[in-house]
Write a protein that binds this ligand. Structure first.
Ligand SMILES: [Zn+2]
Length: 249
């Protein structure tokens, strides 16, 4: 299990909560020493063009600081996907997040859809034909859903307010799903009881990570990667990511 990380992910590229100071550091504190780190390169504009329209790319380019941060985040997702495709599970500890970025537009602290860019890169390189995406962020990944028709990929995000039912739905859905070549997790931690969603406990993230790992082992030879999305309480974010990775590794 590798963590894909670049020191520039601590840069403050915007004033939104995903770009807040201390956020990435709260995760680093909990995972340094337990995992090998790998540094990614920025995504190329060709990589981005497989998902996003020229006009959307031009919009983001108007702010070079955000554009470069978004390219480096998408590059981190690509690196994690390449590791996973080669048999090494991975977690992209990146920002800005991506699941609210649609082909033609974006909102919710997202600019480019990191996961869609990564999956389409693997497809372009003939490494996979399809994927299963599990998204457990508090907010619906509308951008990923809007991009998914290009990916022949199943996108699944439970919308259940009961804590145990939420985790059980993930377990049951993953046990029933098949016929995919890579498991991708859109890992947002803002459902936590001390975060905006007020729902999940830290141990739930370990259970979800384990369920995703077991499904990947059963269906697609264990090929799996996860990508950071939301999670805004720095007092608990690092512990929640560490719990997820303990299950997912
Ligand atoms: Zn969210």
């Amino acid at each position: 299990m590798k963590i894909v990380y670049h020191p520039r992910y601590t840069d403050i590229y915007d004033i939104d909560p995903a770009a807040a100071p201390g956020r990435i550091e709260s995760i680093l504190k909990e995972v340094i020493g337990s995992y090998d780190f790998i540094e990614p390169y920025p995504a190329s504009e060709d990589d981005i063009r497989r998902v996003h329209s020229p006009s959307h790319i031009a919009d983001i380019k108007r702010n070079p600081v955000i554009y470069n941060a978004a390219l480096l985040a998408a590059g981190g997702a690509i690196k994690a996907a390449q590791l996973a495709a080669s048999g090494e599970p991975s977690f992209a500890l990146i920002r800005p997040p991506g699941h609210h970025a649609s082909p033609e537009s974006c909102w919710g602290f997202c600019f480019f859809n990191n996961i869609a860019v990564a999956i389409n890169r693997l497809k372009n390189d003939h490494l996979i034909r399809n994927a299963f995406i599990l998204d457990f962020d508090l907010h619906y990944g509308d951008g990923t859903e809007n991009a998914y028709m290009k990916m022949q990929t199943r996108y699944y995000q439970p919308e259940i307010s009961n804590r145990e039912a939420f985790v059980n739905d993930i377990r049951k859905t993953l046990e029933a799903a098949g016929n995919y070549l890579i498991m991708v997790v859109s890992a947002g931690f803002d459902r936590h009881e001390a975060d905006w969603g007020g729902q999940l406990m830290t141990i739930d993230y370990a259970a979800i990570g384990l369920a995703a790992k077991e499904a990947a082992l059963r269906v697609c030879g264990g090929r799996r990667f996860a990508v950071l999305e939301g999670g805004y309480n720095n007092d608990v974010l690092g512990k929640n990511v560490a719990a997820f990775l303990e299950g997912f590794r």
